[in-house]
Structures are given as structure tokens and as C-alpha cells.
Design a protein around this ligand. Sequence first.
Ligand code: SF4
Length: 507
Amino acid sequence: MLLKKKGQKMREKPRENCAIFGVTCDDLGYSVSKLLYQGLIALQHRGQESTGISILKTGGKIFTYKKNGLVSKVLEDKIISQYWGNVGIGHNRYATTGAVGYKSTDYMQPFHFKNNEIEFSMAFNGTIANFDEIKKNMDNMGRVFITDTDTEVMAQLIGSIALGTEDWPEILRLASRILDGSYSLILMTADGDIYAMRDPLGFKPLCIGELKSEQRNIYFVASESCAIDVVGGKLLRDVKPGEIVHLSHQKDIHSELIIKTNKTAICQFEYVYFARPDSVIDGVSVAEARLRLGMHLAKNDPILNNHEIRENAIVVPVPDSGRGVAVGYAKEANLPYEEGLMKNRYVHRTFIMPGQLKRKIAVKEKLNPIKNVVNGKDIILLDDSIVRGTTTQQIVSLLKEKGGAKRVHLRISCPPIISPCYMGIDFPTKNELIAGRFRNLYGEKYLEEIQKKIGPDTLLYQTIDGLTNAIGKNKNQLCLACLTGNYPLKSVQKLAELEKSIVKSRA
Ligand code: SF4
């Protein structure tokens, strides 16, 4: 899980690896499957490889349907009408673990656990860092696993604990003591209860909402609040780090804080890139955070004091990821915002083509500079992050060579990414991260070397203070591990140190 597996794709942008959505309704004659469909569609950006739902049918039987593909392809009308029940959970998956067998339904979620004594279905977003160790212990106890995923390890662990007690909050509390990782989890029991749990550091977002009418009360749990908006619900609040929330179609919502911490580690990348701008995560609007990220860059940008550049400058986003920050930058700098790059929405697989030449062709197919806009201009180009650097290099060269830009000033809303993520985000290794590699090679001069390699006339990254201020949370509330190399989980810190020593020995 923590190392790249055979068959895993080489992407330019880091990928989130899942979305979860659950619904419970007190009207036994009402089916929640259409709501599951709508919620999962709203969360499609978090995972596009497979879709799955589990529905509790009247009489206490759980039925699960999952398949490779987007929500709209998998949950066709006939499936929606066939899977009929008043409680259900759903999942969108982007595989980081078990990539070799990712086409098998065994690797998809929800994970439907069933033996003679117990039945439940669960779905989660995250990564269990110590899953190998837990699996080994359970193997020794005679447990048989059908996959090599942390999802199954988690389900088997919960299933084992459930043999000793029927108290679900207690089962989850005990499981959370053993699990070391980042996880937001939803679990549906055969009694029709949904439990939502967020890990003690709160890496992954999770929120609850409601939709009340005279006919029925509906409760939701979702990875992001945009899904609750889309189904017409009202966001109630975030699930707190370390909290278990019980959503019951009979008893409304109950909560239990299992682990209280004064430190959290909410993934900063949710605000920078992953989450939909119309979501609110832990009280912060993602759209507003991106706007402030752009404004902060402009406030600290020395080129805005250069009269010649300023007179000739336009602010251009890399579509779509740079738009929010570009608007903020243009507003603060009082410069025109222009769409200078046209994106072809029908080219879907640009960044997974192997080889430099193929990737170069693919970028040209996907992005084209709008000459009338960029020709002769000083382009202040905004993007959210630089990962490998190869695509950014292509975009800079397209703007200059094909678009005729006079100069390109690259502005990045995320500070340099120097270390991989071991908390569930699909990142390249340290050696493939341009900032990680160049920092090892060139020390303090690494940013100048990145600029030379990628080719803009000037380059400015966000600072870590700029990032935390824009998000409106402090360093004790956010995970910044990919920017600092300091990991909030003990088992992950060890692994990171091991990789660091391998990179050093290769440098
Ligand atoms: S290492 Fe980076 S991408 Fe991973 S959880 Fe932390 S902030 Fe998010």
C-alpha cells in the first residue's frame, strides 16, 4: 500500500482516493438509492474508477452492488429501482492500494462483511498505515483474507471485535485504538444504523446533514458538504476528529467523542486542490480559501512593483485547477484576469501516458494557448501545485512558443512539495517530486534550479505561513507533511525516513 504497486498509473497531479456517502430515512416506504446516486455524482471528483452502493432492504438484509466505472455508468436506472431500501451507503473509488487487482469487485467498496454471526457493510476514505502489521497478526490467528487491501483488514478487524460485543460505538472505539492511519469511515449495520467515524487527527473530511419535511426525516453523511447541498439537504456540521456519529432512522443523530486531541492534521491539499470549491470543510469554505491563497501570493509578489511588467501583465489560470487562486491574485493585484489557455474537455487521459514524448503530445492535445489573449503579454500564470514538473514545463513552453507570450511568471498556490504522502493520497515518490529531488541535489538553491528546469521567467511559490493563513487554520491543525517531511503518524515517519535515506544514496 505505501509503495507504488505494479500497474499503478503515473499521474501528474496527486489523486484523492475515495468518496463516501450515506443516507438514512425514517420512512420505511421511501428508497434512498436515488439520493445515493446524486450524492456520489457530486463526489465523483474524489474517485472515478469504481462505484458501489449497499442498501438495507426491508427485513434487514444488506444488498451490495459495485462495478468499475463512473457513477452515471454503474448506477443505471434499473439498478436504482432494483436496489430499494430506506438506508444505504455508497462509495467512489480511486485505487491506491491493491492496484494490481483493482478490476475485481473484491477490491471495490462498500466492503460487505458477512459470516454466520454478523453482517455489515462499510466504506472508507483513507489509508491504514499499519495494515500490514494488523493483517499479519490476524493471519496468525487464522483469519483468511481475499485481498491485500487495508479496507478488508479494517473490515475483518471490526468483524472480529464484533464477535465479543454488539455495542457498535464500543466496537469502533476498540478498532480505532488498533488502527494507525487516516480514515473517514461509514458503516451500515443489518439493523439499519449508520455509524460515521473520523480518525483522531481528522486527515479526511466528513460531515453530516439533514433534510426534513412533513413526510420524512432524512440524514446524510458525506465526504464533502457539496454532496449534501446537491441532494437538497442542510449541512449540520463536520464530524469531529476522533468522533463517532450514530445516524439512526429511528433515533436521529447521536454522537460520541472517542479520542480527544488538541492537535489535528486536516489535509491541507483538500483546500488547495482536492475538494470541490463549493464545499465547506471544518468550517472553512474551499472557494474562499483558494481566493485568499491567490491574494496572499499577489501581496508578496515582487514583480508587481515592476512598472514595465505590471503595465503589460494579465493573470491567466491553468484550467481548471488554477482558476480560484487566479481570481484572488487578479483581485488583489488589480490586474485583468483572462482565460489564456483552452482546455479540451474530451481528452481524459493526458497525464498517465508513459514517456516524455507521448506526454508532450498529450499536453498539446489537452491545452492550447489562446494567441489573441497571450501574444506579447507578460503572463502571470497561476496553478495549484507542481508535482513532477513535466506538465508545468510544457504549459510554460506552449504559452511562449505557440502563444507568443513575452514572459511567463509562474505563481503556485501550494508551497514546494518535497515529500510523498503516506496518508492516502496518490503521490509520486520523493525522487519523482521535482522539489524533493532538487532540494536534495541543490540545497538552498533548489527553487532557482526548478525555475531553470521548468522555464518560466520568474517563479514564486506560496509560503507555508501564507498557506495556513489563507486556510485560516494553524500548523497544529493541518497536515503539512508533504511540505515539511514531518509526518503526524508514527508508523509513517519511520517509512519516510527509510525512503529519504534511499533517495540520498541515489543522489
Ligand atoms: S502529506 Fe500532504 S497530501 Fe498527504 S495528507 Fe498530508 S497534507 Fe494531505
